[in-house]
Ligand binder design. Structure first.
Ligand code: TRH
Length: 356
């Protein structure tokens, strides 16, 4: 298939998920030989997330956007297009394939809405169509981002001890490794109690994880058998290595959830909380899929852990973790099941080619 010219548009609304996803998609398409321009209204996070950038991806300012000769326009998360691009589309002189890639969810509307057209009339009276494209967990969605060679690199990743040493961290005998990337979380104290019952190295990402643990543990960063260490903001490639190095990954948002899934180790997800409570249904839908085929006691334990971690249901003060071996086996199984499905960049390429 011939290479196409893509323009991806990213508006950074909050946190790192917008730019994290847009960058990963851009780099993934470029790794497959596509020519990608990424227009972003705030590219500051790329300085640490992708310090070496990627061959084939050009990062440009939102205000400089124009269709130029793009064959595909990708809007991310309904963030809209720059005014000039909108005007060019309305004029109807160029007809790129227009896609809106939406947020990841396991809810059933995703399968119903995936690949649906959203027609609009331009000033010239012609119809312009934007296609909805939904990432997801089933064959009837666009799938998950999984760049070429990821699982191979993951399986060839050697020793957590070695990687931690490159970060200046010496792993102690029999220490469990746990990563923490979270929002504000009232259950954090309960987690520190639980982790402190066994030798644990807790690796803290910058922001709310570090700030809250520092406030709870004080400068010593110790509780029982737990010691915590603060990490710098890592490039996405090292963020993967962090997840591959850990026995349990506490992740937040969608993009890091997906990376935890591909790591194939137990993970605990803190879903992005929404004021209207919509996240509860989203978490339920995710659990229903993730826990399919899991032994009943394990499924109940995972549900309980995620309910406490996400502050859903009755107020509990203890946070128990599921039994480690069964939990790990189920996560590996689910990773392998998802890896058998087509990935998001592949489904997108196939879809765009069918529309040209
Ligand atoms: O930052 P997030 O909480 O983003 C969220 C979600 O996208 C949510 O859907 C959205 O509505 C909300 O913001 C406003 O979590 P997410 O999605 O996991 O994105 C984090 C990105 O940051 C991901 O690409 C991984 C990357 N990252 C690194 O590369 N290095 C790091 O050290 C850390 C901590 C993160």
């Amino acid at each position: 298939m011939a290479t196409m010219r893509w323009s991806i548009f990213c508006r950074v609304v909050d946190n790192y998920g917008d730019i994290g996803f847009a960058w990963r998609l851009a780099a993934d398409l470029a790794a497959r030989g596509e020519a990608v321009r990424l227009f972003v209204d705030d590219c500051r996070a790329l300085a640490w997330m992708a310090p070496g950038r990627a061959a084939g991806v050009e990062v440009l300012d939102w205000d400089d956007a124009a269709i130029a000769s793009s064959e595909v326009l990708v809007e991310t998360f309904g963030g809209g297009l720059p005014a000039r691009v909108d005007a060019e589309l309305a004029a109807g002189t160029q007809r790129p394939v227009c896609i809106n890639v939406e947020h990841l969810s396991a809810e059933s509307f995703v399968e119903r809405s995936h690949r649906l057209p959203s027609p609009r009339f331009s000033e010239a009276g012609e119809t312009r169509t934007t296609w909805f494209f939904y990432p997801g967990f089933s064959e009837r969605t666009g799938g998950l981002l999984r760049e070429p060679g990821l699982l191979q690199r993951r399986s060839e990743f050697g020793d957590a001890r070695e990687w931690l040493a490159t970060m200046g961290i010496e792993l102690r005998e029999a220490e469990r490794r746990v990563s923490l990337f979270c929002y504000r979380n009232p259950a954090l104290g309960a987690l520190l109690d639980t982790l402190g019952e066994a030798p644990t190295l807790l690796l803290l990402t910058p922001g709310p994880a570090t700030e809250q643990v520092q406030a709870l543990l004080g400068p010593g960063l110790r509780r029982g058998a737990l010691r915590a260490v603060c990490l710098p903001a890592l490039p996405q490639t090292d963020f993967d290595r962090l997840l591959w190095s850990c026995d349990i990954n506490f992740m937040r948002g969608e993009d890091s959830l997906v990376r935890a899934i591909w790591a194939g180790a137990p993970f605990v997800w803190q879903i992005y909380p929404q004021d209207d409570g919509a996240h509860t249904a989203k978490l339920d839908a995710f659990l229903a899929r993730f826990l399919q085929g899991a032994p009943a006691p394990l499924a109940a334990a995972i549900r309980e852990t995620l309910a406490v971690w996400n502050g859903i249901g009755s107020v509990r003060v203890a946070l128990a973790l599921p039994e480690a071996a069964a939990w790990a086996a189920h996560c590996r199984l689910w990773r392998d099941r998802l890896a058998a499905q087509a990935d998001l960049a592949s489904t997108l390429l196939e879809f765009v080619n069918s529309k040209r």
